[in-house]
Structure formats: C-alpha cells, structure tokens
Design a protein around this ligand. Structure first.
Ligand SMILES: Nc1ncnc2c1ncn2[C@@H]1O[C@H](COP(=O)(O)OP(=O)(O)OP(=O)(O)O)[C@@H](O)[C@H]1O
Ligand SMILES: [Mg+2]
Length: 146
C-alpha cells in the first residue's frame, strides 16, 4: 500500500491503533524521516489522545501517552544492544495493558517474534509518498472481554 501524504500515514496509524488490543506490540521499521513518528501521532489521535504530545523518544527511549488504551512509544535507535531492553523496561511495558509502538524494532531481530504487527515504511521517490507494508496481525495481545 502507499501513503501519499502525512495525513494518510496518520490515518493508517489511527486505524492500526483502533484495531490493536492491549498487549499488542507494533514494530515500525524504515529509514530516518520515513514517518514512523508520524504514524504514532496518528495512533494517539485515533485513540483520543493529544497528538501534540508525540515526540520521538530518542533520548528517553520510551514515552507513554494517556489515551485509552495507553500507548507506549519506544525508539530503539540509540539502544546499544538487545540486552539493554530490560533496562528500559521494554519487556515490562510492551506486554502490559497498553499498545506499544516500537521505532527501529528491526535493529534487534530477536524482537521479531514478539511483534504482533510489523510496519515497514519506505520512501517512494522524492515526494511525500511513502510505501508501506504490513506483516502480521493485531488483536493478539491480551485476551479482551467486551
Ligand atoms: N507520507 C508521509 N508520511 C509520513 N511523513 C511524511 C510524509 N510525507 C512527508 N512526511 C514528512 O516526513 C517526516 C517524517 O518524520 P518522522 O519523524 O515521522 O520520521 P521517523 O521515521 O520517525 O524518523 P526517525 O527515524 O528519525 O525517528 C516528517 O517531517 C513529515 O512531515
Ligand atoms: Mg521517529
């Protein structure tokens, strides 16, 4: 699929977030500036949160946005090794009562099996269009009773 502009990528993020269940972990893969954080902004908006709060947690490594369910936003760009995932609380938060979005999830292939959904975002030419592919399926987090 493709996202021709920022609004389309945000809308995809919102759709993914609405489909996700607590405990789902969504990996976001793609080069610098591809639109991973833009997608999370859309996800937060889609769950009724404040999109202005969304920042790439490059230095903090994780942000939590108060929406329903909460979104845990990780950025592993600066993480030295998968062993450090424990230190940033990844395992504790990623499978808790929120939906997790993980930028640069592909830096650590061992995370692969933990992802419900992998989103690959790439540039498509020099304009705003992004090529996006989705692998996996949502709703595999915790069992939910409605
Ligand atoms: N179709 C599009 N989808 C997403 N972002 C787009 C699109 N077209 C243009 N942009 C621009 O591309 C940039 C994407 O930035 P963003 O911070 O989301 O990238 P990122 O993948 O999170 O990068 P980083 O790896 O540095 O965290 C923004 O400036 C955004 O306005
Ligand atoms: Mg980012």
């Amino acid at each position: 699929m493709s996202c021709p502009d920022v609004a389309a990528t945000e809308e995809l993020g919102a759709a993914i977030a609405r489909e996700a269940r607590p405990g789902d972990v969504i990996g976001l893969c793609g080069p610098l500036g591809a639109g991973k954080t833009v997608l999370v902004r859309g996800a937060v908006r889609g769950l009724g949160g404040d999109p202005a709060l969304v920042r790439s947690p490059t230095f903090t490594l994780m942000n939590v946005y108060p929406c329903v369910p909460p979104i845990h936003h990780f950025d592993l760009y600066r993480l030295a090794s998968a062993d450090d995932l424990e230190g940033i609380g990844f395992h504790e938060f990623a499978h808790a009562d929120g939906v997790s979005f993980v930028e640069w999830a592909d830096r650590f292939p061992e995370l692969g099996p933990q992802l419900s959904l992998r989103v690959d975002i790439g540039f498509a030419g020099r304009g705003e269009r992004r090529r996006v592919s989705l692998t996996g399926s949502l709703g595999k987090g915790q069992e939910q009773e409605d």
